[in-house]
Design a protein around this ligand. Structure first.
Ligand code: NDP
Ligand code: GDR
Length: 364
């Protein structure tokens, strides 16, 4: 039985990857951070009581800022594969916490690679690094592939650039089977609530149910290449099953603007929106309400406004990935479209909003 160690197992990707690897018959180990409240909601459904005989999923306390915990977990587990998904993953937050972001996203990666080297696991343990389309930042060519030059635009992007090259360097220096997956944005109902897609689907659902009045967003013109996290974690595993380690771009090859994602999400909740105004004065007004998912809105309501606080000091305006290499070399084919993903996210958030509205209505 193969053993995998996932850093960031409590995050969006970590939870889907853990499910995927358990289905493949792996023994899955995950690193979770100590937190003052429970932080395992995304994996509670697959967690096994440690008192059971030979649990297939085991959690270890650790932190990417703490090399002693990382090294001792790797020594104890002796994993066949390590998936380094842990990160301070929010681009806007990285401008507020640049040093912490560098510590976790850049140095955290070196701490793992060094542990593999120092423990003599260079021939035994394969390493996946969660690289990102944020490396392209101020894009030099459209679409972006494995050969497109990088120009990161945030402390997050800069830290991930260090981790990208550390992964290449340990592959070249020590022969470690180490790969970068350069993943474009991927989302799901498990996406963190402050990333824009989830903020939109959750916001629209709460507005539809009358729980809040308005959704405040930043740059509506930003263009992203959005896919579904389930499709993307499959590719993370595929990358570690090749004869030779290589880096791959994972993307859908289709762009959608933030504004169009708002339209799509609202339509999935039965609301037709009309945008008007420009820049910080742009708003979205309800033009029609088609179904009973949205008792909280009426025609004429302004439900989306721009708030400059969500603008970033430097913005990544446009990203479009070219996944040809992944498709041709690994046979990767994504199964979920951005439209299907948006609908799934809206349905999930509507269900939660309806539950909350019921509680509020009954005075709880
Ligand atoms: P999430 O933010 O959902 O998850 C991040 C995970 O890292 C969480 O489990 C979090 O723990 C953990 N973590 C954060 N800081 C530390 C730390 N100091 N020590 C240990 N663990 C820590 O991210 P995603 O699942 O969306 O992304 C996974 C990886 O892929 C990240 O590295 C991200 O940068 C990268 N990526 C993501 C893309 C996307 O579109 N989703 C695209 C390209 C790259 P906790 O739950 O306690 O917060
Ligand atoms: P991103 O994702 O920065 O691409 O990083 P995010 O969803 O945060 O932003 C996407 C685009 O939407 C614009 N935007 C807003 N963003 C947020 N969060 N909140 C808003 O209110 C808002 N309004 C407009 C942003 O300016 C941006 O242009 C994600 C993360 O998962 C990274 O970890 C990962 O590496 C990249 O995707 C690929």
């Amino acid at each position: 039985m193969k053993k995998a160690l996932i850093t960031g197992i409590t995050g969006q990707d970590g939870s889907y990857l853990a499910e995927f690897l358990l289905e493949k018959g792996y023994e899955v180990h995950g690193i979770k951070r100590r937190s003052s409240s429970f932080n395992t909601e995304r994996i509670d459904h697959i967690y096994q009581d440690p008192h059971e005989q030979n649990p297939k999923i085991v959690l270890h306390y650790g932190d990417l800022s703490d090399s002693s915990s990382i090294t001792s977990i790797i020594q104890k587990v002796q994993p066949d594969e390590i998936y380094n998904l842990a990160a301070q993953s929010h681009v806007a937050v990285s401008f507020e916490q640049p040093e912490y972001t560098a510590d976790i996203d850049a140095l955290g990666t070196i701490r793992i690679l060094e542990a593999i080297r120092m423990l003599g696991l260079t021939d035994n343990t394969r390493f996946y690094q969660a690289s990102t389309s944020e490396l392209y930042g101020k894009v030099k060519e459209i679409p972006q592939n494995e050969n497109t030059p990088f120009h990161p635009r945030s402390p997050y992007g800069v830290a991930k650039l260090y981790a990208y090259w550390a992964t290449v360097n340990y592959r070249e220096s020590y022969g470690i089977y180490a790969c970068n997956g350069i993943l474009f944005n991927h989302e799901s109902p498990r996406r963190g609530e402050t990333f824009v897609t989830r903020k939109i689907t959750r916001g629209i659902a709460n507005i539809a149910q009358g729980l809040v009045d308005c959704l405040y967003l930043g740059n509506l013109d930003a263009l992203r290449d959005w896919g579904h996290a389930k499709d993307y974690v499959r590719m993370q595993w595929m990358m570690l099953q090749q004869e030779q380690p290589e880096d791959f771009v994972i993307a859908m090859g289709k762009q959608v603007s933030v504004r169009d994602f708002v339209h799509m999400a609202a339509a999935d909740a039965g609301i037709t929106l009309e945008f008007s105004g420009e820049g910080v004065d742009e708003i979205a007004t309800v033009a029609a309400v088609e179904c009973d998912n949205a008792p909280g809105v009426k025609v004429g309501d302004v439900i989306v406004k721009v708030d400059p606080r969500y603008f970033r000091p430097a913005e990544v305006e446009t990203l479009l990935g070219d996944p040809t290499k992944a498709k041709e070399k690994l046979g990767w084919v994504p199964e979920i479209t951005v439209e299907e993903m948006c609908a799934e996210m809206v349905q999930n958030d509507l269900r939660k909003a309806k539950q909350k509205a019921l509680l509020v209505k009954n005075g709880y």
